[in-house]
Ligand binder design. Structure first.
Ligand SMILES: Nc1ncnc2c1ncn2[C@@H]1O[C@H](COP(=O)(O)OP(=O)(O)OP(=O)(O)O)[C@@H](O)[C@H]1O
Length: 292
């Protein structure tokens, strides 16, 4: 598959901080590529350079093998966290307004179907729920029928159901051949949607791969979880990691760990065994909990 974006040694320096410190990667056409990282890692700065909004201090970005030019903005779509929707206009009127900014673009009726806007088409945009608003912002990002779509923390603030609905939408857009660049603070979202992930910290990429590759390259162990109360007062040879009301035991030998828990008389009725997740990897690589 050909690269739609090629990024070489991209840098952004501000007077007091190097926000992006030499990142290189390719985004293959038709995939969902995600940038993850703790606050201040340089994700937004990187994405704004990819969007052509912010000039790099050094390095290069190519779209389909060519430097970004005046046509680039017509060929990409950006879902901003806070696009200025036209107040006092309905959803339908907003769509028409943004569609009119482009000579060529998507069919409005098709967008209404794809983004499932039909049931609130005539509603004033100030009266939309969080999920409805995000669907409209997504439709607006798609009005010019872009080849490449940027989604910047698109589900922040949505309830779990609205978030799941949005994921379905993103999948259906990808199935229509769009390439997606996603930034998110939700590891589950990154895991479920991404084909390729770059984890950034301090302006650099510190890990890269598909979700499965990242997990299998970094981990060969599992996590046993028990309530704190189950291990309280027990003398255990296993290292315990406390996380809220639960303790975690990380082990490559689940059988041996369970045997030593039994030997120490630890009640196992609430024992949970889980594989490693992107959240674990993120914590291991960056030392930071994710902002939620
Ligand atoms: N316009 C600016 N002027 C000066 N410093 C900036 C500017 N924009 C970003 N920075 C700094 O660059 C670094 C990277 O910021 P950036 O917003 O790209 O990180 P991020 O990974 O997107 O973080 P978040 O998850 O909080 O959005 C930070 O130290 C930030 O303070």
């Amino acid at each position: 598959m050909a690269a739609i974006l090629t990024v070489r040694d991209l840098r952004k320096r501000y007077p007091k901080v190097v926000a992006v410190d030499g990142v290189s990667f390719e985004v293959e056409e038709g995939i969902c590529f995600s940038l993850l990282g703790p606050n201040g890692a340089g994700k937004s700065t990187t994405v704004e350079m990819l969007e052509g909004i912010l000039p790099p201090s050094a390095g290069e970005i190519r779209f389909r093998g060519r430097p970004l030019d005046a046509t680039y903005r017509e060929r990409i779509g950006i879902q901003f966290q806070n696009t200025a929707l036209q107040d006092f206009l309905t959803v339908r009127e907003n769509l028409r307004f943004f569609r009119a900014l482009y000579r060529h673009g998507a069919d409005i009726d098709e967008l209404i179907e794809v983004c499932r806007l039909r049931e609130f088409l005539d509603r004033d945009t100030r009266k939309l729920s969080g999920g409805q608003r995000q669907r409209l912002l997504l439709a607006i990002a798609l009005v010019n029928d872009p080849e490449l779509l940027f989604l910047d923390e698109p589900t922040t603030g949505l309830d779990p159901q609205a978030r799941r609905n949005f994921w379905e939408l993103v999948r259906s857009i990808k199935a229509r051949g769009k390439t997606i660049v996603l930034t998110t603070h939700y590891m589950e979202e990154a895991y479920l949607l991404s084909d390729d992930i770059a984890i950034m910290d301090h302006g650099r990429i510190i890990a890269r791969g598909s979700p499965q590759q990242l997990l299998s390259e970094h981990f060969d162990d599992s996590v046993l979880e028990l309530p704190v109360s189950a291990v309280a007062g027990k003398s255990l040879a296993l290292p315990l990691l406390q996380r809220g009301e639960w303790v975690e035991i990380i082990t490559a030998d689940v059988g041996a760990a369970v045997r030593s828990l039994l030997a120490a008389d630890v009640p196992l009725d609430r024992l949970r065994i889980r594989p490693r997740t992107l959240e674990d990897l993120f914590l291991q690589l960056t030392g930071s909990e994710l902002r939620t």
